[in-house]
Design a protein around this ligand. Structure first.
Ligand code: SF4
Ligand code: SF4
Ligand code: FES
Length: 558
């Protein structure tokens, strides 16, 4: 093939080459590791990460290129027209080199897999099994290095397990630009260290643990809490803010035992913030509201729903809505309010804060993961922060006698002040749907219904940049709780109608995707795999007052 054969594809010049004899066509500038991925060939690698600079230090990704006298590294070899690449699958020289590289890397490795948190999801274990699996010939004393050294408030280093790939160093240099880490000494004495007078405490610090291919970096929060194979891991979306970072959450016995970032180049690359990662457990309160109550006395759910409907019917109601609910729930709620509680004032708990330069790399200035969903459903619009503040003021001043609180976060924690709570106690008609039995709302509202946490639900979310994503249930719901959309439906039945005919959460999602014209053509599988950008549909909404400072769908972000 010649350069003239290069095809034009989407404005990018395509380059044709072969890998293990198979034809590959990729955009110019792609490296061989990424090119091989497009035909399902994995070239093993440690130091390479597509969002970091090329370090070329681990030598795991060696390949043979026809015409080159020595082996090359796939991470640093950019595709060329007519290039012929052989990987470990077709070249014995390559597979021997990879086995030798692994043997060298393992020389000083402590092999303490039995007590290492990374065991079961460690690239050193995986690659040794797949590309070497020979006994070590090293008989000498291994080099000893720092063990269990805190690098900062979130991350612990085991220097002996480190393979010096420098991913953690490059992340702090290139992404957060905080440069806390470096490599000290040379040769087999080399070790990752904190720069003098510093600690690893940037807002994205836990991301270095995700990037570490071995067990050298561990989360101080979750060390030794569970072997990974005893956990249930679910791909979901972080409900911490409206960036909507893609996550993999490991749970054991209903406890969040580890949270990892998942790669989504359009949203969070493979980063997460510490507040979202280590704060995931806050969405599962310890004291759960698992039954309904009326005036502080436990009641059947049927009676409490009747009482709630009677309390709110034909009244001037203010509805405070939590920002961490699904699009499906907001849509059903919109139906309830529009048909049966007409004239209600509806506000979403939303407030923005000023972010530091490092926070703004990823984090959104709100704590409202699905405020776009609430806007999309037509539940709220305009200046969300101002309307929430106005409703709070009015409620505190006794301007509303009837209120419906939907979700633990329907009123932000800092707004549950004495003035608000005395207005809440004085109001004769208050209904709350909560999960936290220890919350002020549960303690004070006249009718309390047991809801579910966002971590117990599956459904659609729209992030700040207008990307439709899917949050998957990471823990089973608690017996005694009820899905909010079912509660809305039951309230509607008491008020004279019906809102939904479907029976399950999944049917609810599919019916919304099938019936909402603005979501036409959105397949659930595509929403689950990286999401769908609705920017064109949302148009002016996304680019209006809540324009994102983060999110990969925005130019120049993350
Ligand atoms: S601590 Fe982990 S990420 Fe950092 S250099 Fe060592 S192996 Fe790589
Ligand atoms: S940036 Fe937002 S969505 Fe991402 S991890 Fe942090 S809190 Fe969660
Ligand atoms: S991945 Fe290529 S040298 Fe490390």
């Amino acid at each position: 093939m010649t350069a003239a054969d290069s095809a034009q594809n989407g404005g990018k010049t395509m380059v044709n080459l072969t890998i293990d004899g198979k034809p590959v066509s990729v955009p110019a500038g792609t490296n061989v590791i990424e090119a091989a991925k497009t035909i399902g060939v994995e070239i093993p690698h440690y130091c390479y990460h597509k969002n970091l600079s090329i370090a070329g230090n681990c030598r795991m990704c060696q390949i043979e290129i026809k015409g080159m006298r020595k082996l090359e590294i796939g991470c640093n070899a950019v595709v060329k027209e007519g290039m012929e690449v052989a990987t470990q699958h077709t070249s014995k020289t390559v597979s021997d080199a990879q086995a030798a590289t692994l043997e060298f890397i393992l020389i000083n490795h402590p092999l303490d897999c039995t007590v290492c948190d990374q065991a079961g999801h460690c690239k050193l274990q995986d690659y040794h099994f797949e590309y070497n699996a020979k006994q070590s010939r090293f008989l000498e004393e291994k080099e000893h290095k720092v063990k269990a050294e805190p690098l900062g408030p979130t991350v612990m280093l085991d220097g002996e397990r480190c393979i010096l790939c420098t991913r953690c160093v490059r992340f702090c240099d290139e992404v957060t630009e905080t440069s806390e880490l470096g490599v000290l000494n040379r040769g087999d004495r080399s070790v990752i260290a904190i720069n003098q007078g510093r600690e690893l405490n940037n807002p994205l610090s836990g991301t270095v643990v995700d990037l570490c291919p071995v067990g050298a970096l561990t989360h101080r929060e979750w060390r030794f809490n569970s072997r990974i194979w005893f956990t249930k891991q679910t791909d979901s979306v972080c409900p911490g803010c409206s960036t909507g970072c893609n996550t993999k959450i490991a749970v054991r016995d209903r406890e969040v035992v580890q949270v990892k970032a998942r790669d989504n180049q359009a949203v969070n690359k493979e980063w997460m913030c510490d507040e979202g990662r280590y704060g995931m457990g806050r969405f599962l309160p310890k004291g759960r509201q698992l039954s309904a109550s009326i005036a502080g006395t436990q009641s059947s759910l049927d009676n409490a729903i009747k009482e709630a409907a009677a309390t709110l019917k034909n009244q001037r109601v203010v509805v405070f809505v939590a920002p961490d609910m699904t699009l499906e729930e907001y849509t059903i709620l919109k139906g309830l309010l529009g048909k049966y509680l007409k004239g209600a004032t509806t506000v979403l708990a939303h407030r923005e804060r000023k972010l530091t330069k490092t926070e703004a790399i990823l984090i959104s200035p709100d704590y409202s993961p699905n405020f776009r969903g609430a806007e999309f459903a037509g539940l709220v619009s305009g200046d969300l922060e101002a309307s929430y503040a106005d409703a709070l003021d009015k409620f505190r001043a006794g301007g509303f006698q009837h209120a419906l609180f939907i979700g633990d976060r329907s009123v932000m924690a800092q707004d549950l002040n004495p003035q608000f709570l005395s207005a809440l106690a004085a109001a004769p008609g208050t209904v709350a749907i909560v999960t936290d039995a220890d919350s002020a709302l549960a303690a004070t509202c006249k009718v309390v219904l047991p809801g579910r946490s966002i971590l117990e639900k599956s459904g659609l979310m729209i992030n700040r940049a207008g990307r439709l994503q899917y949050t998957d249930r990471i823990v089973e719901y608690q017996q005694g709780s009820e899905a909010e959309w079912r509660l809305f439906n039951r309230l509607a039945e008491q008020l004279g109608g019906k809102l939904v005919t479907v029976g399950t959460e999944r049917e609810l999602t599919l019916s919304l995707l099938g019936s909402e014209p603005r979501l036409q053509g959105a397949k659930l599988s595509a929403v689950k795999q990286g999401g769908i950008c609705l920017k064109a549909t949302l148009g002016s909404v996304v680019s209006a007052s809540h324009a994102s400072t983060s999110g990969g769908d925005q130019p120049g972000a993350v």
